[in-house]
Design a protein around this ligand. Structure first.
Ligand code: KG4
Ligand code: ZN
Length: 338
């Protein structure tokens, strides 16, 4: 029998303080997530300094809970993994400094994980035999990217957002509609009562063949529509606005994902990130996937949003390749995908 590899993973790139114990890349012994959503809600978005300060307060209790729940002691750990970018620099530094100190004291390897690679591995955590090559759509509040996963060691970005991330657009549109933060879930709920064809909001396809995204024009179109209606005292059907905005966003995400699949001859589609919780996106991708005979994988919602278990899974594959980081590892807010 293979010896067990037990990894403590830490994620503090944005507003979730998370620690997880993952064994052999698939067995999640614990995945503790302390969300700061309530703290940032009154500001309508994540305030970087407040996020860092909260990670500072929460991290050690969260790690203790992760070890306690997993019934694992520091001495049982084979490695310490941590997200080192991309993300908010002050938030990343809290998790990174802690992980480095711990690895140093324990004399165990440190594994630096790219946040988007972490999101991707939420897929491998639940579906280790996911057919490759795959197209991975990462859709969150911070990212909208299409990744070509060739193998565990080879991947490339086919496209990414040039301005707002899809989740960010959901949050901003929700805000102008007077919905609470984070806007995605409340906007989706409102959209259920609306007509998605009521307003023809613009879809940004960009240049022919481009896999990049742009959502700022769509967001501005919604804001302009609402302003104009207010100026002429026209009553607005908020549910129709929400449904039409959601339909425009989802149409672009689905079309570009399917185009990417066709371009590289993918054998599966993986969707991760907070927006992967969106019902319309799931339904549209699933039915389009079925039509072309391609399986679509969605990790369970808790693994789609920011969490340390996904970091622990990515780290396991890096551990097997002995991809360890030096103790001089720094936080890189704009870390490119390698
Ligand atoms: O992955 P995540 O937890 O954090 C980031 O790394 O950004 O994603 C959060 C984002 C927020 O923008 C939130 O509004 C969006 O995911 N979101 C949704 C839904 N649930 C969460 N967007 C659309 N529909 C949803 N049901
Ligand atoms: Zn994320």
């Amino acid at each position: 029998m293979e010896p067990e590899t037990t990894i403590l993973a830490i994620e503090t790139s944005c507003d979730e303080t998370s620690a997880a114990v993952v064994v052999n890349g698939t067995e999640v012994r614990s995945n503790i997530i302390s969300s700061q959503i309530e703290i940032h809600r009154r500001f309508g978005g994540v305030v970087p300094e407040i996020a860092s300060r909260n990670h500072m307060e929460n991290l050690i209790p969260v790690v203790e809970e992760a070890l306690g729940t997993a019934k694992v002691d520091f001495k049982d750990l084979d490695a310490v993994a941590v997200t080192y970018g991309p993300g908010l620099v002050g938030a990343l530094l809290v998790g990174l400094s802690y992980a480095k100190s711990l690895a140093y004291v324990l004399g165990k390897p440190l594994i630096g994980v790219h946040h988007l690679v972490g999101h991707m591995y939420a897929g491998f955590l639940e579906y280790p035999n996911l057919p490759l090559p795959a197209i991975c759509l990462v859709v969150s509040g911070g990212h909208t990217s299409l990744i070509h996963i060739k193998s565990h060691t080879e991947r490339s970005i086919l496209g990414a957002t040039r301005d707002d991330a899809a989740g960010e657009a959901f949050d901003k549109v929700a805000r102008v509609l007077g919905l609470s933060y984070p806007g995605g879930p409340s906007l989706e709920k409102l959209a259920r009562r609306g007509n998605p064809e009521a307003i023809n909001f613009p879809r940004a396809w960009l240049e022919e063949g481009s896999f990049d995204f742009s959502f700022s024009g769509l967001k501005s179109a919604v804001i302009n529509y609402l302003h104009h209606a207010k100026q002429v005292s026209k009553e607005v059907n908020q549910a129709d606005v929400a449904a039409s905005f959601q339909a425009a966003t989802v149409e672009v995400l689905v079309t570009k994902t399917i185009n990417a699949v066709q371009k590289i001859g993918a054998k599966s589609i993986l969707v991760v990130g907070g927006v992967a919780a969106n019902g319309l996106l799931r339904q549209e991708l699933k039915s389009t996937g079925e039509k072309i005979g391609l399986p679509v994988f969605y990790p369970q919602p808790v693994l789609c949003t920011d969490n340390a278990a996904m970091v622990g899974c990515a780290a396991y594959y890096q551990y097997q390749r002995r991809e360890f980081a030096p103790l001089s590892l720094n936080a890189i807010p704009n870390l490119p995908l390698y």
